[in-house]
Design a protein around this ligand. Structure first.
Ligand SMILES: *[C@@H]1O[C@H](CO)[C@@H](O)[C@H](O)[C@H]1NC(C)=O
Length: 184
């Protein structure tokens, strides 16, 4: 009985708490509004060869500017190139790999390593004072390294066991080039 009586007495307090929390929410939301307009990610990604892939990587925290978005895609490419390297290493270590496949995998190993270097260089160029031409050179080089791995299998009429990863990497590098060229 006493609990029921206390409830109406508590109502004003509850109402006050509710109002106070709404006021705080409004302030927090206001503070979270960016000072400058965010990049139109959809529009920026539309200029790339693989818009959906581009958009899937973009979250507000890494897409405040075209430079940010480019950096995000380049980082994803670095990760994918490292994944490709690991895949090649695993395949090379596997017993029973035919010699021709091993030889092509060696080509891939060297080229994925170079791709990682070039992409890391591109990432640094984005932040530093390097010229736009350097950035584009590093990205073009990465693209060529990835292509060389695929060629090593094509030339021998072999099916690349790293085709899928190499293709995904190629798409990320391609998008990096598209975004990078829009930076100028
Ligand atoms: C990036 O490109 C510049 C200019 O072509 C070159 O000097 C530099 O070695 C490259 N860096 C990497 C890591 O590939």
């Amino acid at each position: 009985m006493s609990k029921l009586l206390a409830l109406p007495a508590l109502l004003p307090l509850l109402l006050l708490l509710l109002l106070a929390s709404t006021a705080v929410d409004a302030r927090v939301i206001k503070r979270m509004q960016p000072r400058r307009a965010l990049l139109d990610v959809a529009a920026a990604c539309k200029t790339t060869s693989y818009p959906l892939l581009c958009q899937s990587l973009a979250v507000p925290a890494n897409s405040a500017s075209l430079q940010d978005l480019t950096g995000t895609v380049v980082s994803a490419a670095v990760d994918k190139a490292k994944e490709a390297q690991a895949e090649v290493a695993k395949l090379m270590a596997a017993p029973g790999t035919p010699k021709t496949v091993s030889e092509s995998l060696s080509v891939c190993r060297a080229n994925f390593e170079s791709a990682v270097d070039s992409l890391r260089g591109a990432g640094k160029n984005l932040k530093g004072a390097a010229s736009h031409a350097d950035l584009m050179n590093n990205l073009s080089a990465a693209s060529a390294f990835v292509e060389t791995c695929s060629d090593a299998f094509d030339e021998r009429g072999l099916k690349s066991p790293v085709a899928k990863t190499a293709e995904q990497l190629g798409m990320l590098v391609s998008n990096s080039l598209d975004l990078g060229s829009a930076l100028k």
